[in-house]
Design a binder for this molecule. Sequence first.
Ligand code: DQA
Length: 145
Amino acid sequence: MKILVINGPNLNMLGTREPDKYGTKTLKDIEEFILQEAKKLNVEIGFYQSNIEGEIVSKIQEAKGNFDGIVINPAAYTHTSVAIRDALLAAALPAVEIHLSNIHTREDFRKISLTAPACLGQITGFGANSYKLGLIAIVDYLKSL
Ligand code: DQA
C-alpha cells in the first residue's frame, strides 16, 4: 500500500513559522514522525510539498495509478482552491485532509474548506499528530475495501 502525503504552501517553513499555532517541529521532523508510523502500519510513503497551486494539482493527477491514497494538508489553499478540490475529485483516490491547527476555532475564512468535501474526512487541531491520525484513517479505510 502506497500513500502520498502532500503539504501545501508555507508548510516548508514549519519549525519557525508561527510556532504558537503550528508547533516547533520542522517539516522534516514531521516526515520522520510519519515514516515511524508508516513502518508500524507497513505502508510506503511518498512526500510532496509545494508552495504552488498548479504543482499540487499536477501531483494529485500523477498520483492516480501510483498511490492508493492521499493525506493532504492543503494549507492556505484549503480555503481558496477549487482547482485542488477538482484534482482530488478527478483523481478519485481516497484522501484525508489534515490540519495542524483547529481551523474551526480560528478566523472565519479558515473555517471553510473547499477541499474537505473531496476527501473522506478531515482531521484538524492535533498538531503533528494530525498527520499520524490521517495516515491511520486512510490505511484503515483502504484495508476495509
Ligand atoms: C493549516 C491551516 C491553514 O488555515 C493555514 O493557512 C496553514 C496551515 C494547518 O495545518 O493548521 O497554512 O493548514
